[in-house]
Design a protein around this ligand. Structure first.
Ligand code: PEP
Length: 252
């Protein structure tokens, strides 16, 4: 089944990047040559301030642009927030929802993440739904239970498997330099795949399940070639084109 899915390399720039960072995006676009873009999809998720400029620069290239969050509503009185429809209008084709930094730092529940994913689908965009256990949960051997519960609670009714992407991101691996073993990653991805199949039947074969957490050029081959891994959500290492392209070139 995995062979039917095109891997996705997604870069999450978090709260990094200014106008001049378009030069880094250009280097990423330049590195996504015919050989690489024949094999994998690429998505860069810059901060809100750069979405429109990045989308204009990436237009017609193999690199798509995504947002890092959205409000669940379409046009409501909520000062400072941005809707999925606004992201689409600005040129985004995907939205990350439920990143652990938002779950922990902004108290986002599975129900809110589910509503945000539904908003992405409503606007016709991909929803990248993030799930992952804490260090304490892994040590207590609760990883599969926690990730399974987040998954069940964060995917909305009516989700389309083609537009759904799941990112398994162990919280303790994000930005820490620590990573699970390839076997641990495959175990969680296998469980996620099984849950997707229960939910969507054969259609689940279209949903990509990414790994995220301290992916770097040195560990990319082991993590991305693990069974059931359909690409990566990359934070820090996506900020530099050279590093992000080295990771992506694992697929060549
Ligand atoms: C992330 O924040 O989604 C992430 C995976 O970060 P990093 O690659 O820096 O661990």
């Amino acid at each position: 089944m995995a062979a039917a899915r095109r891997p996705l390399m997604a870069g999450n720039w978090k709260m990094n990047g200014l106008g001049a960072s378009i030069a880094e995006l250009s280097r990423i676009i330049g590195g996504f040559d015919a050989a690489l873009s024949a094999r994998i999809d690429c998505l860069i998720c810059p901060p809100a301030t750069l979405i429109a400029a990045f989308a204009a620069r990436a237009k017609g290239s193999p690199v798509a642009i995504g947002a890092q969050d959205c409000h669940p509503g379409a046009a409501v009185a909520f000062t400072g927030d941005l809707s999925a429809e606004m992201w689409k209008d600005a040129g985004a084709s995907a939205i990350i929802v439920g990143h652990s930094e938002r779950r922990a730092g902004h108290g986002e529940s599975d129900a809110l993440v589910r509503a945000k994913a539904a908003a992405a689908f409503r606007a016709g965009l991909l929803a990248i739904v993030c799930v992952g256990e804490s260090k304490a949960e892994r040590e207590a051997k609760r990883t599969l239970e926690v990730v399974g519960r987040q998954l069940a609670g964060s995917i909305p009714d009516g989700a389309t498997p083609q537009r759904l992407v799941v990112a398994y991101e162990p919280v303790w691996a994000i930005g820490s330099g620590l990573t699970p073993t390839a076997a641990d990653v495959s175990e969680v991805h296998g469980m996620v795949r099984g849950e997707l199949v229960k939910r969507f039947g054969a259609g689940a074969g279209a949903t990509r399940v990414l790994y995220g957490g301290s992916v770097k050029a040195e560990n990319a081959a082991a993590l991305l070639k693990a069974a059931e891994v359909d690409g990566a959500l990359v934070g820090g290492a996506s900020l530099k084109a050279k590093e992000f392209l080295s990771i992506s070139n694992v697929y060549i």
